[in-house]
Design a binder for this molecule. Structure first.
Ligand code: NAD
Ligand code: ZN
Ligand code: ZN
Length: 345
């Protein structure tokens, strides 16, 4: 009998438009599950992946997408921890080894054998996706698939990144980049009791940041954010979270960091940035990379949404519109997060 087919969006060459193709629906092997996709957010990381921006590139062809939410429809041999009918998320942290020094210390995000969803494992720009049941997100009741989708990358990454700045309630955090990640970062930071300075290069994004509760906003295109921030609050921010996919934002982020504060780097534009070494040393500043979050962070970040403290602003689009969505993302024309809605495939 011929295998059943599914619609997918595929990267066949770096920097080229994705191809809409029909692939066989995969069959879960031992220890795997098959998820029928309901929704998948479009992260700027998918764009970096499709352009081949980073040093370690995925093998071609591949299906991007790491904010997939769907229903478990088939179990491979030996799977017991999820059941058919469960709603799960298939995230960037697709699987890890479970036994290296990082897995053993609950840092599975930097596992030596980590696999990435939508990068070196096919992701959610497809009607069906295979997943490792040990690493899927468990989507709580009360969250719709489309509103849950951005939380399993943009949400977890910013929630974790804010924790990594070690800023405490009542203190200031500066959030650079107020797009898909940043608009959720502002909400997590407010819910965690922080005062928020939002920085972007787009006035529309900054208007939105104020509506989401930002206490101070700065346009980094027209103003020097470190000067404005220091004048407004009498020093830098205790924590800084850089989500902007743009190198100039990184040096500015370090300049915005208060003495003894931490600047958490999350955005991933290709390249390197100059570090003002004397200031970093003399002001005892910590610069820290932060990469998505663990399964524990996932459960915590979803709970904020269930409690109504965080809500992704989403624009629904069909899978077939992916190339237009990528073009808009590249030019900063996506207000917050586009979610591919598979009810509309
Ligand atoms: P996005 O395109 O939705 O948002 C980016 C925002 O940054 C936009 O609002 C844009 O106007 C703003 N911006 C651009 N240049 C700026 C500058 N110089 N200063 C301030 N703001 C600027 O992208 P996104 O989906 O939020 O992803 C952002 C970055 O985070 C990407 O590089 C992505 O790969 C990375 N990312 C990292 C992780 C991680 O685990 N570290 C996880 C997810 C995404
Ligand atoms: Zn992402
Ligand atoms: Zn490991």
């Amino acid at each position: 009998m011929a295998a059943k087919k599914m619609h997918v969006a595929v990267v066949t060459a770096f920097g080229k438009a994705l191809e809409l193709q029909e692939w066989d629906i995969p069959v879960p092997g031992p220890g795997q599950i098959l998820v029928k996709t309901e929704a998948c957010g479009v992260c700027h990381t998918d764009l970096h992946a499709a352009k081949g921006d980073w040093p370690v590139k995925p093998a071609l062809p591949f299906i991007p997408g790491h904010e997939a939410i769907g229903i478990v429809v088939a179990l491979g041999a030996g799977v017991t921890i999820v059941k058919e009918g469960d709603r799960v998320g298939v995230p960037w942290l697709y699987s890890a080894c479970g036994h290296c020094e990082y897995c053993l210390s609950a840092w599975e995000t930097v596992c030596n054998e980590v696999q990435f969803g939508g990068y070196n494992r096919n992701g959610g720009f497809a009607e069906y996706v295979l997943a490792d049941p040990n690493y899927v997100a468990h989507i709580p009741q009360g969250l719709s698939p489309t509103e849950a989708a951005p939380l399993i990358c943009a949400g977890i990454t910013t929630y974790k990144g804010i924790k990594e700045t070690e800023a405490r309630p009542g203190e200031w955090i500066a959030i650079s980049g107020c797009g898909g990640l940043g608009h959720l970062a502002i909400q997590y930071a407010k819910a965690m009791g922080l005062k928020v300075c939002a920085v972007d290069i787009d006035d529309g994004k900054l208007d939105h940041a104020r509506r989401l509760g930002a206490d101070l906003t700065i346009n980094a295109k027209t103003h020097d954010p470190a000067n404005i921030l220091k004048m407004a609050i009498g020093g830098g921010a205790h924590g800084v979270l850089i989500t902007a996919p743009s190198l100039p934002a990184f040096k500015q982020g370090i300049e915005m960091t208060r003495k003894r504060g931490t600047c958490a780097l999350v955005g991933l534009p290709p390249g390197e940035f100059p570090t003002p070494l004397f200031d970093v040393v003399a002001n005892c500043i910590t610069i820290r990379g932060s990469f998505v979050g663990t399964r524990k962070d996932m459960a915590e970040c979803l709970a904020f949404a269930v409690d109504g403290k965080v809500k992704a602003d989403i624009e629904l689009q069909p899978l077939a519109s992916i190339n237009t969505v990528f073009e808009r993302l590249e030019h900063g024309d996506v207000p917050s997060r586009v979610v591919l809605d598979f009810a509309a495939v």
